[in-house]
Write a protein that binds this ligand. Structure first.
Ligand code: PTJ
Length: 248
């Protein structure tokens, strides 16, 4: 579909098109299109732009990823359809492993995802070799299967567009969780250590830039980020926009 640049929602339609193309090329499942629609709705409510609270969370996420001993970027279909280039860039800057971990697991889709990431420069993709797989305790979905050398042994895991059960299980298993979720009320958003309430397509670019800048600095320290407080600010952005839109 040709989207005219002058269309008032051109950016949002362009993102939607990326997802649809991802679906057609076998990266994304039907349910991923639904998840995207949910995201679009929250993106509309936050004003389709990166807010101050998202920038704060991005800085905290960059610090946590740079200071991590074994960071892992967990990828699913939607994330790769929207951010394949940035995933590989981020992994290189912070020296992280990339692991495919799907909710609607399929060997075929895992291979398509790995191929796209390799085309973008990734050297190694975990989550494909059953010989090095193990299980995350207290989790039922296919997402409990992880790589021994990846998510299983990571200290910090970036898990965007995630389902609540897995975030809770990973937290209980002692992992520091960073997520992107446009819905500040979702269980993942509420459970993670650092929630970036922004569209992953905007936020990942900023996370890559922030990591690039901070990685050059010495004596980096945790900045005392408070996720609950930041989520409250994200909810306030939605409230303010609703008030403005409805003249209430
Ligand atoms: O590829 P798979 O099999 O692993 O499946 C991936 C999906 C996304 C289908 C699966 O993880 C899923 O069903 O996710 P949920 O439970 O629908 O959660 C997705 C969350 O991400 C929701 O809270 C959405 O609001 C949010 N979201 C959707 N699109 C974006 C987003 N957050 C940030 N950026 C987006 N572009």
């Amino acid at each position: 579909m040709l989207i005219p640049k002058s269309h008032p929602r051109a950016k949002s339609l362009y993102i939607r098109e990326k997802l649809v193309n991802g679906y057609k090329s076998g990266l994304v499942v039907e349910e991923g299109l639904l998840a995207h629609g949910r995201g679009e709705m929250f993106d509309y409510l936050i004003g389709e732009k990166t807010s101050e609270n998202a920038l704060k969370a991005i800085k905290a996420a960059a610090l946590a990823l740079i200071l991590a001993k074994s960071p892992v970027i967990s990828v699913n279909g939607n994330f790769v359809a929207l951010c394949s280039k940035e995933i590989v860039q981020l992994a290189k800057i912070i020296n992280a492993k990339i692991e495919v971990n799907l909710f609607y697991a399929s060997e075929k889709r895992k291979k398509v995802i790995a191929k796209v990431l390799k085309k973008n420069g990734a050297k190694e993709i975990l989550g494909l070799d059953p010989k090095s797989s193990t299980k995350i305790p207290k989790l039922d979905s296919a997402r409990r299967i992880v790589d021994k050398n990846g998510i299983f042994s990571a200290d910090v895991v970036l898990v965007p567009l995630e389902d609540g059960d897995r975030t809770i299980a990973l937290e209980k298993f002692g992992k520091k969780i960073i997520t992107f979720d446009l819905n500040p009320l979702s269980r993942t958003a509420q459970t993670a250590d650092i929630t970036i309430v922004d569209n992953v397509i905007r936020g990942m670019k900023l996370l890559v830039e922030t990591c690039k800048k901070l990685a050059k600095k010495k004596d980096l320290k945790d900045d005392g980020f408070n996720n609950k407080k930041n989520l409250a600010q994200a909810t306030l952005v939605i409230k303010k926009n609703l008030r403005r839109m409805t003249h209430a």
